[in-house]
Design a protein around this ligand. Structure first.
Ligand code: PLP
Length: 440
């Protein structure tokens, strides 16, 4: 609502201000980053698209994780969103980190995390990256093929290896089996080779695929992991790490936790000496980021009552916003997402009546490429004009991390809050930042 006073209880997360301390462009006042409207009026950047990252929401997810899976240590998947404040927050909360490259490892070590809290969870690594991990003291890493074992025996023979096995990924948005994972049939051979090379294999990992919408698959995956553990014993190893990967979805998290806990109890009744870890990504950050975008252009019929253009098949009104699939909305292409815009301002006003008449519309990104389509059809108020704002929730996972600057468009900036806002409050938060010029 216009001029709403957003109160954030800073006591919710007392350790946050020190994390933000020293960032030149962030000022906490009454818990809200403050910006002056006068400055916004002078600031050509005031129309720029921006994320609002609610670090309180990340913290809330961590509490949820601890409540449901107290015996599983999360190693946050950095690739999902390497936002520096998210990483520092999670580091302060004591999570580990799943890194996929030299760059991610450096980012985590640079914030003071001990290398023992990192798993290098990319089964196919460049040999120079393996060597570098060894130099930096990052010992735990995954593998799923023989060539990787030869490589590791040359570049980092002291590594603690985790064999990544195939899991059923058919119930997930993003499947990984075509690229990664050893079949159970292949595991004994891999372990024999590892023994021959004098390598230390310490456990088993799997990934049910990212964005898993049927969490019952964790049961089968844990059963397979148990079989791989037994193969380890036969090969002369004593495994001590079970890595249950990622795939956790916000909506089905509690259910997934129940399936996992039950499966672990069934297949690992005696867990003494076994450390159980996971590699959650989207669960931690998806909800925490919302994106506000400005309508920079609009194509609409000249007539008052818009109708669909029968010849082109286009929706009646086309809105062009200042972020697109080459930017934050790359999640549409790479992460198979569908996004849903909602209105922050209409005709320049932040009062959006629920009864506002809507028109069949489409939403497009700012580049000159026609693949840059954010929503091919959606219902939006016909009264929306250039300069108005549309927003999108659940934009924290696999968005900003893969955004490009194609056509010279900058990646949308991030503004941080600590509110732990409920979903119903997010619109008000975004509208407030837009009103204030969000130049903080
Ligand atoms: N671990 C590995 C090895 C991955 O490749 C990924 C995602 O690509 C993740 C963890 C994170 O998965 P999610 O975001 O579904 O939790």
């Amino acid at each position: 609502p216009r001029g709403a006073n957003i109160n954030i209880d800073e006591n919710i997360f007392p350790s946050l201000p020190p994390l933000l301390h020293g960032h030149p462009s962030i000022h906490l006042r009454n818990g809200v980053m403050n910006a002056s409207r006068a400055a916004a009026n002078r600031d050509p950047d005031a129309e720029r698209a921006f994320f609002v990252a609610d670090l309180g929401q990340v913290y809330a997810q961590h509490l949820r994780w601890q409540a449901c899976l107290p015996d599983i240590l999360p190693f946050y998947a950095v690739k999902c969103n390497p936002d520096p404040y998210v990483l520092r927050l999670l580091a302060a909360l004591g999570t580990g980190f799943d890194c996929a490259s030299n760059g991610e490892i450096s980012q985590i070590l640079d914030i003071g995390v001990d290398p023992s809290r990192i798993i290098y969870a990319n089964p196919c690594k460049a040999v120079s990256f393996v060597r570098n991990a060894g130099k930096l003291g990052v010992d735990m890493m995954t593998f799923d093929n023989i060539d990787e074992l030869y490589k590791i025996s040359r570049a980092h023979p002291r590594a603690q290896l985790v064999v990544r096995i195939l899991a059923d990924d058919s119930k997930s948005l993003c499947a990984f089996n075509t690229k990664f994972g050893a079949s159970l049939v292949a595991v004994p051979g891999l372990l024999r080779k590892a023994k021959e090379l004098n390598l230390n294999v310490v456990g088993v990992s799997f990934h049910v695929g990212s964005g898993c919408y049927d969490p019952s698959v964790y049961t089968d995956a844990v059963m397979r992991a148990k079989t791989a553990f037994d193969m380890g014993t036969e090969a002369g190893y004593h495994f001590s790490v079970l890595d249950v990967g990622g795939g956790f979805e916000d909506a089905s998290f509690e259910q997934a936790a129940t399936f996992l806990t039950d499966a672990i109890t069934t297949y690992f009744p005696d867990r003494h000496g076994i450390k159980i870890i996971a590699e959650p990504g989207r669960f931690y950050v998806s909800k925490a980021f919302s994106l506000a975008t400005n309508i920079i252009a609009r194509r609409a019929p000249v007539t008052e009552a818009p109708v669909n253009d029968e010849h082109s098949g286009r929706p009646a009104v086309m809105y062009y916003i200042n972020d697109g699939v080459y930017g934050a909305f790359n999640c549409i292409l790479f992460d198979h997402q569908t996004v849903h815009p909602y209105v922050l301002s209409i005709g320049g006003s932040f009062h959006v009546a629920a009864s506002e008449p809507v028109t069949n519309s489409s939403v497009w990104g700012p580049t000159c490429d026609s693949i840059d389509c954010v929503c091919p059809t959606t219902q939006l108020p016909g009264a929306l004009r250039v300069g108005d704002w549309l927003a999108f929730d659940n934009m924290g996972a696999y968005t900003v991390c893969a955004a490009s600057q194609f056509n010279g468009f900058e990646v949308s900036k991030v503004i941080y809050t600590t509110g732990g806002f409920a979903a119903s409050e997010v619109r008000g938060v975004l509208a407030k930042f837009v009103e204030d010029g969000h130049n903080c």
